[in-house]
Write a protein of this length. Structure first.
Length: 443
């Protein structure tokens, strides 16, 4: 979550972020609850101080042999008088303890409301992020490659895959319902070849490969910013308070949660290939054809944990974008880089870019990658820190992530752009070594 001190000191900026990100957040109520929380804490601290002082006094009254007690007697005070005074102070401490307990009960209720509200506060976007409401307001940064001009009427990936026997949507639906599929034979080989190319590329660029759980505790979903708000998109195992991840980002980013790293360990660069699960709630009728919007897929994800420095974060952001571009360029797939606007980027992101790859059947570019910079948003939720080498203070890390490749969505672009007039598909040269030297899919 965002630092409450930052929110107090930059209320206008946070209010603006709520507006441009189109996030449901009651900032005025949060600030009021925060003031109640601080007032209750201050009052409780004051009472604890009074209790400590009175408790120290009671000790004198209870020990008739103490120097203090004897001095009081020497001044003409009687033992009964001191006893009554001590009992009065004892009663005062009892009243104060009751008031402290009532305040602590009140503080717990306030803290619960405070934490719930804090989880709704959005990260303030970078000044370079375009302001907009939907993906229609995203801004194109650059393009790479030229879409293929066909000399024949091309088929879409479903027609191609069905005729070649490498995509079986009908039996996938029979097994698991809508938005499911089977990849068979060379289709499955192509899928795994893409993932292996991506993993080899990212590991070759200095990222540590990690095999991660895909069923995680709900705390990890909260920590990475997917809960609250994304519960309807997740496949949840409520009985176990766990959820299937929609991306390995969750596991990779959360693996160092509640730890204090050495500054010298940073940046930590991690990559994982995992199956991802998404309910696609609310997406009925949207991109339903074929393999574009489905319930499960495999993805190679890259995550960076770095120092709390925006300049360093920006450098890593462009680095992880370049890593994904390297894979697309190796596959010779035309794409464009889009800077995502405020209304399309999500609650926790400082800055976000999408890569959209050309898909002939869509007559345009389809999103295949998302690269996000979070600042300390996720790290605060995860309590992920490092010890600053100079100040020796514990500082929240900055986190970033990006898709390296996601399949089978990327197969749409590969199959459609590498198809031949005879219905076969040429295997991209970069994938042939992963497919036993296969150069063509088809008879």
């Amino acid at each position: 979550m965002i630092d409450i001190k930052f929110i107090r000191e930059n209320t206008d900026a946070v209010r603006r972020a709520i507006e441009v990100k189109r996030v449901a957040c009651d900032l005025d109520r949060l600030l009021a609850v925060d003031q109640d929380r601080r007032d209750a804490q201050a009052e409780a601290d004051k009472l604890r101080g009074e209790l400590k002082e009175l408790s120290a006094q009671i000790g004198h009254y209870k020990n008739p042999k103490s120097k203090w007690f004897q001095d009081q007697l020497a001044r003409g005070r009687t033992a009964d008088e001191l006893k009554r005074e001590g009992e009065s102070i004892q009663a005062q401490t009892g009243d104060i303890k009751t008031r402290i307990k009532d305040l602590e009960d009140r503080e717990r209720g306030i803290a619960e409301a405070f934490n719930e509200l804090m989880l709704t506060v959005p990260q303030v976007p970078s000044t370079s992020t375009p302001v907009g409401a939907t993906d229609a307001d995203n801004v194109e940064v650059r393009r790479w490659g030229e879409p293929r001009q066909f000399e024949f009427e091309p088929l879409d990936h479903v027609e191609l895959g069905t005729k070649l026997g490498i995509i079986d949507i009908e039996r996938g639906v029979k097994l698991a319902g809508t938005r499911n599929y089977l990849l068979r034979g060379a289709g499955s080989m192509l899928h795994h070849a893409v993932l292996r190319l991506a993993m080899d590329t990212i590991v070759g660029r200095g990222f540590e490969p990690v095999t991660v759980p895909v069923l995680v505790r709900d705390e990890m979903m909260v920590g990475t910013g997917y809960f609250p708000g994304g519960e309807e998109q997740a496949y949840r195992c409520e009985r176990d308070a766990k959820s299937l991840v929609g991306t390995a980002e969750v596991s990779l980013t959360a693996m160092y949660g509640d730890e204090i790293l050495d500054a010298e360990q940073l940046p930590i660069k991690l990559a994982a290939v995992s199956t991802c699960f998404r309910r696609e709630a609310g997406a009925a009728g949207k991109d339903t054809h074929g393999l574009y919007r489905i319930h499960f897929f495999d993805k190679v994800e890259q995550v960076v944990l770095c120092h709390a420095d925006d300049t360093e974060g920006e450098k890593h952001h462009h680095e992880i974008i370049a890593n994904a571009e390297a894979v697309l360029q190796a596959l010779a797939l035309p794409y464009r880089l889009m800077q995502v606007c405020t209304g399309d980027m999500g609650q926790g992101k400082v800055e976000m870019y999408d890569i959209e790859t050309w898909m002939p059947s869509r007559g345009g570019y389809g999103e295949t990658h998302s690269a996000s910079r979070f600042g300390d948003f996720q790290a605060r939720r995860l309590n992920l820190r490092y010890k600053d080498a100079e100040t020796k203070k514990n500082v929240f890390c900055h986190t970033l992530n990006n898709t390296v490749i996601a399949s089978p969505r990327i197969l749409i672009a590969i199959l459609e752009q590498y198809q031949n007039a005879d219905g076969t598909v040429t295997v991209p040269p970069a994938l042939r070594a992963y497919m036993g030297g296969m150069e063509k899919i088809g008879p």
